[in-house]
Each structure stands twice: as structure tokens, then as C-alpha cells.
Design a protein around this ligand. Sequence first.
Ligand SMILES: *Cc1c(COP(=O)(O)O)cnc(C)c1O
Length: 368
Amino acid sequence: MGAAAAPHPSRSILEIDLRAIVANWRALGARLAQGATCAGVVKADAYGLGAAQVAPALAQAGCTEFFVAHLEEALALRPLLPETAYLHVLNGCLPGEEQIFVAAGLVPVLNDPGQVASWTAQARRLGHPLPAALHLDTGMSRLGLTPREAQTLAAQGEASAPIDLRLVMSHLARAEEACAMNGEQLARFAVLRARWPAARASLANSSGIFLGAPFHFDLARPGAALYGINPVPGRPNPQLAVVRLTAPVLQIRDIAPPETIGYGATFQAPAAMRVATLACGYADGWPRSLSSSGTVHHEGLSLPILGRVSMDTIVVDATAAPGLRVGNRVELLGSTIGVDQVADAAGTNGYEVLTRLGRRFSRVYAAA
Ligand SMILES: *Cc1c(COP(=O)(O)O)cnc(C)c1O
């Protein structure tokens, strides 16, 4: 946390462990087949945890390949990374953005033949090759050249020469499942990437790494698993937890039937009970779908959420914690209940839980 002032007692605190992120990156790299390297995906502000902190920590640990989604994310990050680091923009380079990419030294992920043509033209104008990654769609129907477009482009050969094609990539649709589609995408990618033998190839996201060596190619692109999300759902999480969220108790009260809690009066006290109000609500990214479901933790005790999640607060059953006091901190996310468990209870995935964690928290980083 360095010299930053201590957060006010009334503020929720999000602790982000950069050491754990770096350890997770190293552990993923150690799983890769011989010769493959590990990138860091830091889009969406490093899945909500702070790209300005996460990316330099990874660079310090030896990561040289980074991916963001938006041009704006890349422009903000570029000055914080070593000049030798490659910063790829997954959403591609739209018409008119070419000069911005060149000036900032960014690598566009070219997603369609039009982008390839514009980037090629830009390189011709400048008279020197420009680096690029080429995205081939093998089953997402989201971004990237279709197999037919890829074959046409490969057949042109010479026409794309001004591009320094450093990477050919594709993305798996169902990497976290054991299913035939992974093998099908792998087979399609293997055929297509062979048209650009000089370019490095990249297919695996976090879960893809765990599908085995044939999926590793030259570069893996993990995001989620860096941040502690389980890349192998249904099996024990091999990654370290990265975040801890604690919220202070704002008020404690005793209620009895027929009193109710919160908007909609959706919870009515069935008996005399103690309840505690915590400073965290849906405006902080705490899923509203956790209304009357999910739990928070205090000194080994599990305290159920009662009634609706409000904008700024939630109410929990503190009957089992008679020692709980105003100002005490209760754990919403951490080692007892992880990102994936909160996501399960909320009916979403860990990616959404992390990327929504709000701006009102006091963010405390444990240095790498
Ligand atoms: C987000 C993203 C990744 C990272 O995926 P994780 O499942 O978070 O590891 C890799 N590649 C592409 C193209 C992506 O959009």
C-alpha cells in the first residue's frame, strides 16, 4: 500500500495481491509445452483489478506479450510498459485508427480482410513493415477472418508482404469443457496457421492451457487464471486467490417478527434475530442477484445475505456472531469464499464478478 493514507473506516477495501498474479502467471508458463511462452491478457483494466498495476508487475516478472481489448486501454498502458513489450489490441484497428496504432507502437489484431488491407496500405505509405497479429475465426463467429477469407488472403501472399505478421491466433469457444469442439477448433487452426509458417501461433486462453500441449503452440493468452478464476471448473482450482474484499459493518440491530428487511420487504424475520448492515451494494458491483442468497464471512462464521441487495448496502444475518461490532470488517470475497463461488451463487461467472468490482472501494495492492 506504500505511503497511501489509511482508508476511512466506513469504506470497503479491495485487496489485490500482485504477488499472487505473478505466481499464477509463472505457474501457467510452467505448464506450457517446450518452446511456448505465456502472454498476459490485461483487457478490461486487467479484469477490473487495475491494468496499470498488473501489467507492469507482469513485465517485471518477464512477460513481454500483452493483450487488451480496446485502443484506449492500449494507449493508457503503453507508457507503463517497457518499449520492448508487445501490446496487442484484440478489437482490431478500425478505419482511421491506423496512424494512432503506429504512433503508439501498438500491434493490431487484424480481424477482417479490410483491416488487413488498411494496415498493408499504411505500411506501404510508411515504407517499412508494420507488426500485426492475424485473428482467424475457428468457431466463435465473433472476430477474425473466416476460414475462406484466410485461405484467400494466404493465396495473395505477396500482397500482404509489408505486414510483419508476428502472430496468427484463434480463440476457443468451450475451452473449460471436455468436448469435441476443442479438437475441431484445434484441427481447423492447425490447417490455417500452416499457411503462415513464419508467424508464431496462439490458440489457448486460460482453460485452453489445461487442454494439453497440442493447444499450446508458441504463445498462450491467459487472462482469467492470472486473476484466480478457476480454469478447470469442477476440479480443484490450481490458481492462487488474488482478491479479498471486506466491507465494514455500518449498523447492527435486533429485529423480531413481523419486521422485514430491505426493498420489497422480501425477507420477514421468522424469529428474533440480529442483523448487520454492510457498506457494499450493487453500485459497488456486488451482484443484485445475490438478494437473499449468498453469504459473507466473519471469523470462520458464514453469515447469510437477507433481503434485497441495495445500491449501497446489504444486510446479513449476524445472529451467529454475537461479537460482531460496528466498524468490524466482514469478508465478502477472499480465501473462504472465492470469486467462482460468489459467481455460482449469483448465477454468473467469475469474469463478470471481477470486472464489475466497483470504483468506490479503497484498493490496496500487495506489491509483487
Ligand atoms: C479474453 C481473451 C483471452 C483470455 O481469456 P481467459 O479465458 O480470460 O483466459 C484470450 N484471447 C482472447 C481473444 C480473448 O478475448
